[in-house]
Design a binder for this molecule. Structure first.
Ligand code: DGI
Ligand code: FE
Ligand code: FE
Ligand code: FE
Length: 187
């Protein structure tokens, strides 16, 4: 699948704003893949489809999580978390993407996970720093991403956790596990 075919598919499922975000994630992910020696084509496709399920009805996502026996505790946390694993499932089923590295990068783009692959890290980070993101903390992470993927990712996860805590939001356990794993493996 080439870039324009993939973009045409995903565009049908997104708002214009989310589509522009997706373009930003794609361009950022390709650059990060080039810089850090990951597969640029896989980064491109994973980025294009990362928010594929963002606008699925909550009820549909809930049914998929139950039917596919995905982590059941997902349902006890913010429904904003659901589009990542559900997206990976639907991209395989509806779009026919079978590459597990791409599917896992989509699946874990919101929470991260323990033992993230380089592609998973790139998609998580590209989602956080793409040019359309404007919150104040993002600039520091963009600077870190030019030098050190690991340090940039740690900062992005820390910022995400702090942001949620400041809003009195619950934190999904995998988000904490991601943080602990990155800190434990810091050089
Ligand atoms: O889909 P995007 O907006 O591009 O970004 P995303 O998939 O990284 O995150 C979607 C939302 O999920 C965002 O508003 C923050 C929220 N989120 C991320 N991690 C957690 C979380 N919400 C809760 N409650 N707990 C988390 O651990
Ligand atoms: Fe997302
Ligand atoms: Fe994210
Ligand atoms: Fe996104």
């Amino acid at each position: 699948m080439n870039q324009s075919e993939a973009l045409a598919i995903v565009r049908e499922h997104l708002t214009e704003h989310r589509y522009q975000h997706t373009i930003g994630v794609m361009e950022t992910a390709i650059l990060l893949a080039r810089q850090y020696g990951a597969d640029e084509k896989k980064a491109e496709i994973a980025a294009i489809f990362h928010d594929y399920a963002k606008f699925r009805p909550k009820e549909e996502m809930k049914q998929i999580i139950l039917a596919e026996k995905m982590a059941p505790d997902l349902l006890q946390y913010n429904s904003e978390l659901w589009h990542a694993p559900v997206g990976a499932f639907l991209v395989e089923k509806e779009v026919g993407i079978a590459d597990m590295e791409i599917l896992n990068a989509i699946k874990y783009h919101t929470s991260g996970r323990v033992g993230m692959s380089i592609l998973e890290k790139i998609i998580y980070l590209a989602d956080y720093i793409e040019p359309g993101r404007q919150f104040p903390e993002v600039e520091e992470v963009r600077e870190l991403a030019k030098k050190d993927l690991q340090l940039a990712l740690i900062k992005a996860v820390q910022n995400t956790i702090s942001f949620l805590m400041n809003k009195n939001q619950p934190i999904f356990p995998d988000t904490f596990h991601t943080y602990n794993d990155l800190i434990a493996n810091r050089r």
